[in-house]
Design a binder for this molecule. Structure first.
Ligand code: SF4
Length: 165
């Protein structure tokens, strides 16, 4: 079963999804990711006892509010991205599937000082199984999908791999 990271990468770049799945995990050494972790940790420092961590199979949700039934997800990005929403919808979908009460999610962008509420629609419930199937197909492909140039490439941890090597 794909993790939320796989689903996010599916929305960002199929090549990135494949490279990550096949052990090319350059994200851990990336400065950008380190920055993301720092924002994540400092943003949640003051979080109260209402929040708990949930693990459903290989899906790990860091901040689920047991009182409001909302998932909170912090992003380092200074712009809103479709992949963030997709990742959060996937979390909500998995909680629903596990019969855990959930009303929605809140995306937090500390750099933008913005929050965005995310809810699962009936259309999402029909579409997400398709995301899962397609993500799994890409993960199991024998060959890496071809490079398709995108604006996000220059900030991607695989930039050197895709453009230099
Ligand atoms: S550098 Fe671009 S093409 Fe390569 S994995 Fe990253 S986003 Fe995809």
């Amino acid at each position: 079963m794909p993790t939320a990271t796989h689903i996010a990468y599916y929305h960002l770049c199929h090549r990135k999804l494949w490279l990550f799945t096949h052990g090319m995990n350059m994200e851990s050494s990336s400065v950008l990711v380190a920055e993301g972790r720092w924002i994540h940790e400092t943003s949640y420092e003051r979080r109260a006892k209402d929040y708990t961590e949930l693990q459903i199979g290989n899906i790990k949700i860091d901040h689920y509010n047991t009182r409001t039934k909302f998932i909170h997800e912090t992003k380092k990005s200074n712009k809103r991205e479709a992949a963030h929403i997709a990742q959060l919808k996937y979390y909500i979908y998995k909680l629903e599937e596990a019969n855990i009460e959930v009303y929605g999610g809140i995306l937090e962008y500390p750099k933008l000082r913005k929050k965005e509420e995310v809810f699962l629609t009936e259309k999402d419930r029909e579409t997400i199984p398709y995301w899962i199937r397609e993500t799994e197909e890409i993960m199991h492909m024998d060959e890496c999908p071809p490079l398709v140039k995108k604006t996000l490439c220059k900030k991607c941890a695989y930039f050197d791999f895709c453009y230099v090597s």
